[in-house]
Design a protein around this ligand. Structure first.
Ligand SMILES: [Mn+2]
Length: 382
């Protein structure tokens, strides 16, 4: 074998707080340690949202907050918290990249735009004790294997890659999408109030059993959309993070709030039409993330794969009202000496029990702890 390519996405490592949904440190680090023992070269592609900077609080003078103005120092502070909570994963990555034949690609997603900051990149390289085989970029491409996070195909979450920063009060800050700004400034306390609920899908089933949260979410969104249109751009005239919302965005948000449509766009369809337009569907294997769903479509010699998230997530069964933990998967691609490509989706075995939805909603924190204990995660700080 010439090379092995391992792709997994939406890991979303946080700082062990109520807004950190990653607990599979044991399973992930043993996978990476196992990879680091192999003889052939390996490209480990972390396909976006690897680090959940977006939902990670920033601690300033002992006070926790979610700043809209994300400077390099804010991102570095968040990174320190993430490292502390998930040191096991960082240690495994460190072991993996000590061999120069191996490479780590941090594909940038909408939760980790902070990776655009040079100092954040340097810090990660020094935490992993390697400076030559760690890469930060929006896409991965090797022969006919292609990976990207997918938020660039999602109308609400896309960014302008040519303009990753803004200037505010003479400081360089991250130019994150409007929806991310609203998440950090309006919805993090709702997430803290209901830290387990956001791990449950499908949303229509969840909301049909939990109308209170739906009401809170809808009102808060509507209130924010209205203020963002009529008030904030004037109140904070000189603040570039409170720009006037483009009319199409307003229309889209209004439509989604009204129809309770909080799922992400179907990016596979967009991906296919975009690719066709550019006549570039000659890549054989395409891997996307962003949407936390398992999806495989194979046709005419090409395949599009969503391996799903590594966050702790559950499927709610409408009949039994049981919560089943989602399986963790990665894509494994073998590139042979004559550049032939073979792929498979590998499921990782983790022993978990089913939870009762009605019991979980009575004490969400308790079940966050129970889930973490089942996976042997000890980094929780609440
Ligand atoms: Mn994403």
């Amino acid at each position: 074998m010439k090379k092995e390519i391992i792709v997994l996405g939406d890991i979303e490592l946080g700082a062990g707080t109520l807004t950190d949904d990653f607990i599979s440190d044991g399973a992930l680090s043993s996978l990476i340690v196992d990879l680091s023992k192999r003889e052939h070269p390996i490209d480990l592609v972390l396909n976006g949202d690897t680090l959940d900077f977006l939902k990670c609080p920033y601690i300033e003078n002992g006070k926790k907050n979610f700043p809209r103005h994300i400077t390099e120092d804010v991102s570095l502070g968040k990174l320190a918290g993430i490292y502390k909570a998930h040191k096991l994963v960082f240690d495994a990555l460190k072991q993996f990249c000590q061999k120069k034949k191996n490479k780590i690609f941090f594909i940038i997603g909408n939760h980790d735009h902070d990776l655009f900051f040079k100092k954040v990149q340097t810090k990660i390289k020094s935490l992993l004790k390697s400076h030559s085989n760690i890469y930060f970029r929006l896409q991965y491409h090797y022969h006919n294997v292609y990976a990207e996070h997918g938020h660039q195909l999602d109308f609400l979450n896309r960014i302008n890659p040519k303009r990753p920063f803004l200037t505010y009060r003479k400081q360089k800050i991250l130019n994150i999408p409007w929806i991310s700004l609203s998440v950090v400034s309006k919805f993090m306390n709702l997430k803290e109030e209901h830290p387990f609920l956001e791990r449950i899908s499908p949303y229509p089933v969840l909301f049909s059993h939990h109308k209170v949260v739906l009401k809170k979410l809808s009102w808060r969104s509507l209130d924010y959309v209205i203020k963002s249109t009529l008030y904030y751009p004037f109140r904070y005239f000189y603040d570039p993070t409170y720009y006037m919302m483009p009319r199409e965005l307003f229309r889209e948000l209004y439509r989604r709030i009204k129809s309770v449509h909080w799922d992400l766009d179907d990016i596979v369809e967009k991906f296919k039409t975009k690719r066709k337009r550019r006549k570039r569907l000659q890549n054989k294997v395409h891997i996307l993330g962003h949407i936390h769903k398992k999806y495989i479509e194979e046709k005419d010699g090409w395949v599009v794969i969503h391996p799903d998230t590594w966050r702790d997530e559950y499927i709610l069964d409408e009949e039994t009202r049981k919560l089943t933990p989602k399986k963790k998967r990665y894509v494994r691609v073998e590139v042979s000496e004559n550049d032939e490509v073979n792929w498979e989706v590998v499921e990782v075995q983790i022993e978990r029990s089913l939870f009762d939805f009605d019991v979980v909603i009575k004490d969400e924190r308790r079940y966050l702890k129970k889930a973490a204990a089942e996976e042997g995660f000890t980094g929780q700080v609440f």
